[in-house]
Design a protein. Sequence first.
Length: 407
Amino acid sequence: MYDLAAMGAWLEFAVRWLHVITAIAWIGASFYFIALDLGLHRDRNLPSGADGEEWQVHGGGFYHIQKYLVAPDNMPDGLIWHKWQSYWTWISGFILLVLVYYLGAEFYLIDPAVMDLAVWQAVALSVASLAFGWVIYNTLCRVFVDANQTGLMLALFVVLVAMSYFYASVFAGRAAMLHLGAFTATIMSGNVFFTIIPNQKIVVADLIAGRKPDPKYGKIAKQRSTHNNYLTLPVIFLMLSNHYPLAFATEATWIIASLVFLMGVTIRHYFNSLHARKGNPTWTWAATTIIFLVIMWLSTAPMFRNDAPQQVQGTALRFAQAEGFEQVHDIVMGRCSMCHAAEPFWEGLLWAPKGVRLDTEAHIASAAKAIYLQSGISHAMPPANLSYMAEEERAAIVAWYKAATGG
């Protein structure tokens, strides 16, 4: 029988690969079309009746692009829809959320020092918060549909700050950052699925029926696309944050996450202004640098630590009671804990890599699967085998894990 832990790791890798590929396709298309729309020449009287045009050169050829403000006179053949990149980015992302954070809730999602939740409670909060994100955002858009859009963006920012604080108050730091990214990505995919594509389908149906499409549908779709444009960079930061403990494992996690959204706005404002030929607002780079320096300063706050003696509980208890745990505990303490500790004593390390601590029985038992995959059936850890873990020690880790799982 194939090793279930290894199979799970490969499944996670495959889904993560799909997630990255579809996200690149979605983000690339989104950035391109926003830049294209902003850069169109609208001061030309085009025989086709188009709202604007632009000439571009790429890949050895010239492209002549025209945009119709509402729609052309007739339904064009071979119309390409840009939607599946968004759908599969969200679908693959949610599958990853299930594989990593729901199935590994005791290690990645729940931190008893933050809030002592049962697994079902943590998963329920996660799912409900994502649904809430779309509902509150869509409600705000309907309320502010004819109002100043700056007001809408400020209202959305308040919601994002509140959710940053909420996630940091209920989940482990790594999960808090990730969930804020998923919360925002759900809004973005919801824009495509519930608003942009349905509005475009209404316009297409009107063209096929010979009716003149209502311009309001295009206006609403463009508004949502613009929101997605400003939210994209913060989502990327939040999705990558779980590799950087200084981003997710500090007491200021929720403030850092909030400031990331401001950086996304300043960076996108620069490029959007440039593409729209509205000048070269270099002040945005100064603002971005200042915000990033503030984030760096906040990250030096004490990392989340539970210095009181931790009790082994839940699923981890099975690994702590399994045959061979005492030997594995000694191996990990001797080969791994010099780096993976509250205060690492490996020269040059100021915090545990990726925030993973292996300096207590509770931490080791909770990280059983990761230890098995990283140091048992593979030689990923210790890196370059710097602490000289012997093959016999790796075999002991494998035997202990299989004894606990019945593998």
